[in-house]
Design a protein around this ligand. Structure first.
Ligand SMILES: *[C@@H]1O[C@H](CO)[C@@H](O)[C@H](O)[C@H]1NC(C)=O
Ligand SMILES: *[C@@H]1O[C@H](CO)[C@@H](O)[C@H](O)[C@H]1NC(C)=O
Length: 242
C-alpha cells in the first residue's frame, strides 16, 4: 500500500536528473575563480534568480546533491549559501574530484569529510535521503543529482596556483574495477594518423607512442568503469521502498 502511494505520488511529480559529466563552461585551471565559477555567479545576482529559486516560487520543493559549481569551495560555500534548495548536499572544492576523499556540505551545516568513502557511494546514499524527504512532502519536487564520475581525478587546490595539481584517471567503485578488460579507445579511421592534419596545434601533434596509447586505453576503461556507479545511482535512487 505504501508502495502504491509512493508510485502515485511520483507520477505527479517533476523530477529532473542532471547526468554526468557536469557541464563546465569555463576552464577552471587557467581562470581566476573569483572572476568565474560560484563567486562570479553570486556577484552577478544569479543566486537570487535561477532555476531552483523559480521552482520554489512556483510551489516546488527542490533538492540537489553533487557538484554544483566550479569554485564552490570550503571558502565560498557560506558566503553566501546557495539559495533555492529545500535540501542540498554539495560537493566542495578542492575535494570535488577527489574520488576517495570527497567533502560534502549539507544545507547550512559545516562541510563533512568522507575520506575513505567513494564519492559515488556517498552520493547514492544522499540521493536516497533527499528523495525520501521529497516523497514525505505533499509538494511536487525537483531533484538534481550531479555525480562527478567519470571526470578525471583532480587532487590539489585549483584556486591556489602555487601547489601541484595531480590529475589522473577516474576511480571506479571496487565492484566495477575488473569490468571491460578489453575495452579500448575506438580506433576510428582518423585515430593517431601517421601524418597529422587539421588546423592549429592539432596539426602539429606527434604520433602517440605505445605508452601513451596504453595510458589512454587504461583511462578510457576507467571512465567506463566509473560510469557503472552512475548507472547504479539511477537504479538505487529510483527504486522506492515497498
Ligand atoms: C579527511 O580525513 C582524512 C583522514 O583523516 C585526512 O587525511 C584528510 O586530510 C581530511 N580532509 C579534510 C578536507 O579535512
Ligand atoms: C609558493 O610555495 C613555496 C613553497 O611552499 C613558497 O616558498 C612560496 O613563497 C610560494 N609562493 C607564493 C607566491 O605563494
Amino acid at each position: 500500500m505504501k508502495f502504491l502511494a509512493a508510485i502515485i505520488t511520483v507520477a505527479q511529480l517533476f523530477a529532473v536528473v542532471i547526468a554526468a559529466p557536469t557541464l563546465s563552461v569555463t576552464n577552471p585551471v587557467t581562470g581566476e575563480l573569483e572572476k568565474r565559477g560560484y563567486s562570479k555567479f553570486v556577484s552577478q545576482g544569479f543566486n537570487d534568480d535561477f532555476l531552483p529559486v523559480w521552482l520554489q516560487n512556483a510551489g516546488y520543493n527542490t533538492y540537489y546533491t553533487g557538484k554544483l559549481f566550479n569554485g564552490h569551495s570550503h571558502k565560498t560555500y557560506n558566503n553566501p549559501y546557495v539559495r533555492g534548495f529545500t535540501g542540498s548536499d554539495f560537493l566542495l572544492d578542492p575535494w570535488t574530484y577527489d574520488y576517495l576523499n570527497p567533502v560534502y556540505q549539507h544545507n547550512q551545516d559545516p562541510p563533512t569529510n568522507y575520506s575513505g568513502h567513494h564519492t559515488s557511494e556517498v552520493l547514492m546514499a544522499k540521493a536516497h535521503t533527499l528523495l525520501n524527504d521529497a516523497i514525505a512532502s505533499d509538494k511536487p519536487f525537483f531533484l538534481g543529482l550531479a555525480p562527478v564520475a567519470p571526470h578525471g581525478t583532480v587532487i590539489g587546490n585549483i584556486e591556489d596556483h602555487n601547489i601541484t595539481i595531480i590529475s589522473g584517471e577516474p576511480i571506479p567503485l571496487k565492484r566495477h574495477a575488473h569490468l571491460f578488460p578489453d575495452a579500448k579507445v575506438p580506433r576510428t579511421p582518423n585515430f593517431n594518423p601517421d601524418s597529422p592534419s587539421s588546423v592549429s596545434w592539432i596539426a602539429e601533434r606527434p604520433l602517440l607512442t605505445q605508452n601513451e596509447l596504453d595510458d589512454n586505453d587504461h583511462f578510457y576503461r576507467q571512465r567506463l568503469r566509473a560510469l557503472q556507479g552512475v548507472d547504479e545511482l539511477w537504479k538505487k535512487a529510483f527504486v522506492l521502498e515497498g
